[in-house]
Design a protein around this ligand. Structure first.
Ligand code: SF4
Length: 307
């Protein structure tokens, strides 16, 4: 057996990354001058923020905006959503994809109505107990509705923190600790929006616009002359690329749900509705997934309907 290395030969652990208050100030000034106007930024209503965040998970902003307005017109609060049928909620979700999110939102609305008096809770544990609400979405509600000083970490924020603040790749717990510690007092809403904007529009995954970056002079990676590999590589949560949609099972799932919104399907119509009339085994696999996710119900004759 190899001898254990002596303490003198053990590699030094990476020091914990420190927040950069000067960069936070620069980011706030930049965001204040050019912030993107988005409808969910004009509200602090926790339900509206949750709806926007659930829709924005894996769906582009331009596709979300009209659905966000339509959804809130019909369901302005958790109670109205909780009183609707799953089919109606799915109908308003149509076109956004990942329909499981709609059912999660519907169940969350019921939970909020039954256990929290119809108002979204304002603590992390209660928010994360809601279906479909993970660490990102829970903190987004806390920061963007309740203006709490928590770090909201999605792929954009993780990338910015790794490149600009730490200058090295970060583990999951490190990213969150650094994000939380970086929020200036009283700026939970504005600071998180600024970080997300920088990641979405300047510090992009590929070809970041370092020449036009408002914090280039402070960016830890830039200061080294970009000598090391991209710190975003290997950073937890910093690579969130979606698999191809066209030709995927997700596309078939979407087609079946769209067909179900128009009415129940007989067993013989399912493969065609999925887009694979010559591949019933694949359609069957997709239907099994929809049923397991609670998005569809099989009848005794093998037909399919919405729950
Ligand atoms: S200088 Fe480049 S890498 Fe650094 S934060 Fe700005 S865009 Fe990102």
């Amino acid at each position: 057996m190899a001898a254990a290395p002596s303490p003198a030969t053990l590699p030094e652990p990476n020091p914990a990354p420190e927040p950069n208050p000067t960069m936070a100030t620069a980011l706030l000034a930049w965001a204040g001058a050019q912030a993107r106007e988005l409808p969910w930024r004009a509200t602090r209503d926790p339900w509206a923020v949750l709806v926007s965040e659930m829709m924005l998970q894996q769906t582009q902003v331009v596709r979300v905006i009209p659905r966000y307005h339509a959804f809130l017109d019909r369901f302005p609060d958790p109670r109205t959503c909780a009183a609707a049928t799953p089919a109606e909620v799915l109908g308003l979700w149509s076109g956004l994809g990942y329909n499981r999110r709609a059912l999660n939102l519907h169940t969350a609305a019921r939970t909020v109505t039954e256990r929290h008096g119809g108002r979204l809770p304002d603590d992390l544990d209660s928010l994360m107990a809601l279906p479909g609400v993970g660490p990102y979405t829970a903190r987004a509600v806390l920061a963007f509705a309740y203006e709490r000083p928590v770090g909201v970490v999605d792929t954009n924020a993780a990338r910015v923190l790794a490149r600009a603040v730490a200058g090295r790749s970060l583990g999951r717990a490190e990213v969150q600790r650094l994000a939380d510690a970086s929020v200036p007092a009283g700026q939970g809403w504005a600071y998180n929006q600024a970080v997300l904007d920088l990641g979405a529009t300047v510090c992009r995954v590929r070809r970041p616009d370092c020449d036009g970056c408002p914090v280039r002079h402070l960016c830890a990676w830039s200061i080294t002359g970009f000598a090391a590999a991209d710190p975003a590589l290997g950073t937890a949560g910093a690579s969130g690329r979606q698999s191809r949609f066209a030709g995927s099972d997700r596309e078939g799932r979407g087609r079946v749900v769209a067909a179900l919104l128009a009415g129940a399907l007989s067993a013989g119509d399912i493969a065609g509705a999925a887009g694979w009339p010559d591949d019933p085994a694949r359609a069957e696999r997709v239907v099994s997934g929809l049923v397991a996710d609670g998005l569809a119900v099989l009848d005794d004759a093998g037909g399919l309907r919405l729950p």
